[in-house]
Design a protein around this ligand. Structure first.
Ligand SMILES: [Zn+2]
Length: 480
């Protein structure tokens, strides 16, 4: 090595040999295309009179994986006397680790080489230049620590293995270091029952009451209320998380875990679909009125239930009442709506009264739903391909960052929509609406209000009312 250094000094008139070092990261922040990095490195070398003898590209590595990266090869070239200067696009992109940085600079300078930044020009032969470079490295290290990259990487590794990022207690499960999470013999069945009761139409509020009447209490980490009792928030959180369905969450994304689920995948899909439908009518979930959230006035406004008039009788009131241009009146008795919807249900049931007819109708609905799922899955696959192409284009530098982000968000939104449609179709396939009607009619008098409302919402898109005297007109708009 010493002889090589001596050799270098002897040929001072020859242009200095530079290694261009490019780092491409898939992290979205501070991303710049390899082409742009190379262009600015080339310009820097031209200005300084360097000849680029090698271009080294590091792909998709975070700044912390210093040792495994190509930068090691670049430093090696200087150590071997094959190059004099290492030129990077930005010092903060070389290493995010303070110690790695110091060692690298030491190694490069210790053998008579230099490290320079194409975008942060500074004369590192002077003490102020070295100070500035040190500051940049400090800033990079600070940024890295703030982001807790190392912590995230260790999370990512655990998540990859299907293990939750932390060992905090999960309701329905017991935890041991050796075996990880496994269903708890007492609370596991309660968790499963929770989902099944929800699917049978029970409201979250009735589930809260059921849980608080029982022996189990929520475990910490779900935003437990100060009295230690179950709340609607806690119940929703536990169910939404999907741990009981075998999933873990990472960065808001749900991925399959390695622990044993307490409910089936079909139940989980149905849960998500029901949850999405009911979320729209969240306020009405607690209402004492059967058609809350489902009823509209012919004028287009929604109707709200309450005790109205001199006799304080239960009615739905049009939201546009008081707006004289729309209509006068605007009330309908709740009993009128119920009578008419019941009559509608019976007429539908009469059409499919024979069991064979009902089975045929259900089969038809199932077949349609299965077709729809196939079609939607194909669209989803196409979308994924487009997403991959887009990411590659971004990494090539073919499209700028902001364009990439915009298109990515658009594709993501389309994907979310498709996933909702697939879920809905899967639910119909597993439980066609027509199959619900006989049970609903047979048990109309004894079913709890929230169960009836939930079953109705699977059949009925909305109920339209034309308020008038002597009797309002009620039209049912079914989901099919
Ligand atoms: Zn109205």
């Amino acid at each position: 090595m010493n002889t090589q250094k001596a050799h270098l000094r002897a040929v001072q008139n020859a242009p200095q040999r530079a290694v261009a070092y490019i780092r491409v990261s898939k992290e979205r922040d501070g991303m710049i295309s390899p082409e742009l990095q190379l262009t600015s490195i080339e310009q820097h070398c031209e200005r300084s009179g360097y000849e680029i003898v090698e271009t080294i590209t590091d792909l998709d590595m975070t700044g912390r994986f210093w040792k495994r990266r190509q930068v090691e090869r670049a430093i090696g070239m200087i150590e071997a006397g094959a190059a004099d200067v290492l030129v990077v696009w930005k010092i903060s992109r070389v290493s995010r680790n303070r110690k790695d940085w110091a060692i690298a600079v030491d190694r490069v300078e210790g053998i008579g080489g230099r490290m320079e930044s194409a975008t942060e020009p500074m004369d590192t032969t002077t003490s102020s230049g070295r100070f500035a470079r040190g500051m940049l490295a400090e800033l990079a290290a600070f940024e890295s620590e703030r982001m807790g990259e190392q912590w995230k990487e260790s999370h990512a590794r655990r998540v990859k293995a299907g293990i939750p990022a932390n060992g905090k207690p999960r309701f329905g499960y017991q935890y041991s270091k050796e075996e990880g999470f496994s269903p708890d013999p007492v609370t596991g069945p309660v968790l499963a029952d929770l989902y099944r009761r929800y699917l049978s139409g029970q409201s979250v509020y009735s589930l809260v009451k059921w849980l608080n009447d029982g022996p189990t209490r929520p475990v910490s980490g779900y935003g437990v209320s100060s009295d230690g009792l179950w709340s609607d928030r806690t119940v929703r959180r536990i169910m939404d998380q999907g741990f009981g369905a075998g999933y873990i969450t990472y960065h808001g994304e749900r991925i399959p875990g390695i622990h044993e689920p307490v409910i089936t995948e079909a139940e989980w899909i149905e849960y998500q679909a029901r949850r999405a439908t009911r979320r729209v009518h969240r306020r009405s979930e607690r209402s004492q009125y059967l058609f809350s959230g489902m009823i509209r006035c012919a004028c287009g406004a929604t109707m709200h239930a309450g005790l109205y008039g001199n006799n304080r009788s239960p009615k739905y009131k049009c939201g546009a009442v008081g707006n004289k241009r729309k209509h006068t009146g605007g009330y309908v008795m709740t009993s009128t709506v119920e009578t008419d919807v019941l009559a509608w249900l019976e007429s539908v049931a009469a059409n499919v009264e024979a069991e064979a007819d009902l089975a045929a109708r259900a089969e038809e609905q199932t077949a349609k739903a299965i077709d729809a799922v196939g079609h939607l899955r194909k669209q989803l696959a196409k979308l994924s391909t487009r997403m991959d192409q887009l990411t590659n284009k971004m990494l090539d530098g073919t499209i700028p960052d902001d364009t990439y982000r915009r298109l990515r968000d658009e594709l993501q939104a389309q994907r979310d929509d498709l996933e909702v449609s697939i879920r809905d179709a899967l639910v119909v396939a597993s439980r066609p609406p027509a199959s619900l009607i006989p049970d609903l009619l047979e048990n109309w008098a004894i079913l709890p209000l929230d169960t009836k409302r939930d079953l109705l919402s699977r059949l009925i898109h909305h109920v339209e009312v034309e308020p008038m005297r002597p009797r309002s007109r009620v039209t049912v708009h079914p989901r099919w």
